[in-house]
Design a protein around this ligand. Structure first.
Ligand code: 13P
Ligand code: SF4
Length: 311
C-alpha cells in the first residue's frame, strides 16, 4: 500500500475508534503500521492490565488469540475483537486440557503455573498465570515446594535457575521463532559486533540465554536496550520490537537476527498475520468478536486475577 493510502486508512481507523468508544491495544510484535494506530502498545502483562482497566466499550486486540482471550476473561462485559482470528500462538496450542488433568494426577502435591501463552481452557485448570515479566517473582511467593510449569520449556528452565529452592516439572512446549534461533547464529553476530551487549527473551534456547547480558520480557528488553550505555545492542526477540526501540531511542543501533538468513531470523508469522486492513474491517463491522463460555471465563479468571494482584 502506498504511504498516502496507509495514512488515510490509519486516520479512518482512529476516527472509527473514537466514534465507537473503542480502544486499540497492540503487542510490540505487530507490524509498525498497526502499532501506529494503537492507543497502547505493550508486552503481554501490560496489555492484560490495560484490558482489565479500560473504560472503552470495545477492545480491538492486535495480538495472538490467547492475548484476546485474556482480555475477554479480565474484561468480560467488553466486546473484544480480534482482527485476524487465524492468528494463534503455536506454543499455546502445545498443551491441552487433558495434559494438565493427567499431570494433576501425577503431581497432586504441586502448584500448577501456566505461562499466559496458553488457551483459556488450560488457564481454567491451573493455580496461577505468569508472564515472562513477572514469573520468577510470583513463583517464589507460592507456598508449594513443587511447581508444574507449562507450556514453555525455555522459560521454565530459565525460571527454575532463578528459583532454585523449588522443584520444577516442565512441559516441553516451545516458541518456534525464539527457540529455533541458535547460539551458533548468535556467535556470528557477536563476532561481528563484539562490543554489543546481548538482550534476549526468555523463550530463547537456554544456550542463547547463557550468552545473554540481559534476559527479560519485551518491555523489559525495551527499557534495557534503550538505556544501556553501549551504542549498539544485539536484540534476540521478534523483530517487531525494533520499531518501538527506534522510536524510544533513535540514537542507538539495534541489531536483530533478521540481518542473517531466513532460518536465523526471529519472526512470528502469527503476530504478523494482522494487517491494517484487518483492523479497519474488524472495527468497522465490529466483527471477529471473541466469545467464551461464561463458566470458562469464571474458571480462567482466577489464575489471571491472582497474577494481576500479585505482580
Ligand atoms: P511478552 O510477554 O514479553 O510480551 O511476550 C509475549 C510473547 O508472545 C513472546 O513471544
Ligand atoms: Fe507465540 Fe512465539 Fe509468536 Fe510469541 S513469538 S506469539 S510465543 S509463537
Amino acid at each position: 500500500m502506498a504511504d498516502a493510502a496507509v495514512k488515510e486508512l490509519q486516520e479512518e481507523i482512529k476516527r472509527l475508534a473514537e466514534e465507537k468508544n473503542a480502544v486499540i491495544l497492540a503487542h510490540y510484535y505487530q507490524r509498525p503500521e498497526v502499532q501506529e494506530v494503537a492507543h497502547f502498545v505493550g508486552d503481554s502483562l501490560e496489555l492484560a492490565r490495560r484490558a482489565a482497566e479500560t473504560d472503552a466499550s470495545v477492545i480491538v486486540f492486535c495480538g495472538v488469540r490467547f492475548m484476546c482471550e485474556t482480555a475477554k476473561i479480565v474484561s468480560p462485559s467488553k466486546k473484544v475483537l480480534h482482527p485476524n482470528p487465524e492468528s494463534g500462538c503455536p506454543m499455546a496450542d502445545m498443551v491441552k486440557p487433558e495434559d494438565v488433568k493427567r499431570l494433576r494426577e501425577q503431581h497432586p502435591d504441586a502448584e500448577f503455573v501456566a505461562y499466559v501463552n496458553t488457551t483459556a481452557e488450560v488457564k481454567a485448570l491451573v493455580d496461577l498465570c505468569v508472564t515472562s515479566a513477572n514469573a520468577p517473582k510470583l513463583i517464589k511467593k507460592l507456598p508449594a515446594k513443587k511447581v508444574v510449569f507449562l507450556p514453555d520449556r525455555a522459560l521454565g528452565s530459565w525460571i527454575a535457575k532463578q528459583v532454585p529452592e523449588k522443584e520444577f516439572v516442565l512441559w516441553q512446549g516451545f516458541c518456534p521463532p525464539h527457540y529455533e534461533f541458535t547460539y551458533k547464529e548468535l556467535l556470528k553476530l557477536k563476532e561481528r559486533y563484539p562490543d554489543a551487549p546481548v538482550a534476549a527473551h526468555p523463550e530463547c534456547h537456554p544456550k542463547v540465554l547463557e550468552m545473554a547480558d540481559f534476559v527479560g520480557s519485551t518491555s523489559q528488553i525495551l527499557r534495557y536496550a534503550t538505556s544501556v550505555k553501549a551504542p549498539r545492542v544485539i536484540v534476540v526477540t521478534e523483530v517487531g520490537l525494533k520499531y518501538t526501540l527506534q522510536k524510544v531511542n533513535p540514537n542507538k543501533e539495534y541489531v536483530f537476527p533478521e540481518s542473517m538468513n531466513y532460518c536465523g531470523s526471529v519472526y512470528c508469522c502469527s503476530m504478523k498475520g494482522i494487517t491494517l486492513e484487518h483492523v479497519y474491517e474488524t472495527l468497522k463491522e465490529e466483527k471477529n468478536e471473541v466469545k467464551l463460555d461464561e463458566e470458562l471465563i469464571k474458571k480462567a479468571e482466577r489464575p489471571l486475577r491472582r497474577m494481576l494482584e500479585l505482580s
